[in-house]
Design a protein around this ligand. Structure first.
Ligand SMILES: *Cc1c(COP(=O)(O)O)cnc(C)c1O
Length: 392
């Protein structure tokens, strides 16, 4: 079955829907049992989608967990109140004092901060690595290395990693692997098929798809699911049934939304490629993106997110660009129906192992607006940028 078809049918067993199209929203803290036998049965099956206690989830959560586990091809899916919580709790579930982890240098900024500010305090050390390191990642393995963490493409600068080569090295040394798959999303990249142990997504992005819910999901393989499930429960991780419902609703239209995001973003990216102010475009499907060969080999498609690297710039010019735009709003996150823009004058402050010898970076999320309107908006915005540079 194609993924697009699976998204329509997954998580819609009658036990979740009670005979209508969508799963019912079952809000609960307490679950009540009619007999001691029923209670004992629930206790025995509490890790396996049986009603036990609200924090273990209700049928609404079970439907979503089943659908996401199927999407990513894993044994089970843990739900978290945000993508950041999914990342921090997946790591916390498997590391202990004295352990060492490997983290790419272009990590999502809060992931990096979590390592430096929380894990470091717990006695877990982090080594940052060049995202293009490939099989040479083994040169950074230590006796106490527990987790190799990946994010591909990386945040803002979009480098794509050679995941299979890195996973092969990690496996040979008995090191666990996790990957922030918010970009690849299960539709375009499925880390578990490449041997990764845990695939993490900010469901806040394309799964929810409408910029109205925060949620994180972690899908584990057979070997790691029981530990991830129980540790996340002990760490108190859960989300509301209403949010789980909205995430499921987003999932139903995700494949068609992605097709439109992909088509429009490619059109905008190609137009920007020939713009005189642009040094190069970091769109995974274009050759100018570092690691593009791995994208071509491992991914089934792209989405609405990419970055452009400017030839030159000033903070004043970047601010003038952002303020001139009508359809691109300034704001964090991405994956909703709307277009967004963020800017970084330099990437230097966010890197420790790799250098940044280029100009400012403008990250765009191409939404579901008409693409000609978006290009016209960017065109006038870049004129404003050029004027601000000329007047500096
Ligand atoms: C947004 C994002 C996150 C964090 O998700 P939240 O739901 O905002 O906490 C993690 N990783 C990546 C790559 C992201 O883009």
């Amino acid at each position: 079955m194609k993924k697009q078809t699976q998204l329509i049918s997954s998580g819609r067993d009658k036990k979740f829907t009670q005979g209508v199209v969508n799963p019912v929203v079952q809000r609960a803290s307490t679950v009540v049992f009619d007999s001691v036998a029923e209670f004992k049965d629930a206790a025995k099956n509490r890790g396996n989608h049986a009603l036990f206690y609200g924090r273990r989830g209700t049928t609404t959560h079970f439907a979503l967990q089943q659908a996401i586990a199927q999407l990513e091809g894993g044994a089970g899916c843990a739900l978290y109140p945000s993508g950041a919580a999914a990342i921090s709790n997946s790591l916390l579930s498997f590391v202990k004092a004295g352990d060492h982890i490997l983290m790419m240098d272009n990590a999502y900024e809060p992931t990096r901060d979590f390592c430096d500010k929380v894990l470091a305090g717990l006695g877990v050390t982090t080594t940052y690595y060049d995202p293009q390191i490939g099989a040479d990642i083994s040169t950074l393995f230590q006796e106490n290395t527990k987790v190799l963490f990946m994010e591909s493409p990386g945040s803002i600068t979009m480098e794509i990693q050679d995941v299979p080569a890195m996973v092969a090295e990690a496996k040979a040394h008995n090191i666990m692997t996790m990957l922030d798959n918010t970009y690849g999303n299960g539709m375009h990249f499925r880390p578990l098929e490449h041997g990764v142990d845990i695939s993490i997504q900010a469901a806040t992005k394309y799964i929810v798809g409408h910029s109205d819910v925060m949620m994180g999901v972690s899908v584990a393989n057979e070997q790691h699911w029981p530990v991830l499930r129980e540790q996340s429960y002990l760490l108190g991780q859960c989300c509301s049934a209403d949010d789980a419902y909205l995430a499921l609703r987003g999932l139903r239209t995700m494949a068609v939304r992605l097709q439109q995001h992909e088509r429009s973003a490619l059109q905008v990216a190609k137009w920007l490629q020939s713009h005189p102010l642009v040094d190069h475009v970091r769109h995974p499907a274009l050759e100018s993106c570092p690691g593009h060969v791995f994208f071509k080999r491992d991914f089934d498609g792209s989405n609405g997110l990419f970055s452009i690297v400017m030839k030159e710039g000033t903070q004043q010019a970047l601010d003038a660009l952002v303020e001139s735009l009508h359809h691109f709003k300034m704001g964090f996150s991405w994956g909703g129906f709307e277009s967004l823009i963020t800017t970084n004058l330099s990437m230097k402050a966010l890197r420790s192992e790799t250098s940044w010898q280029y100009g400012p970076v403008v990250r765009l999320h191409i939404g579901l607006e008409d693409v000609d309107d978006l290009i016209a908006d960017l065109s006038q915005g870049l004129d404003v940028y050029a004027n601000a540079l000329a007047n500096k």
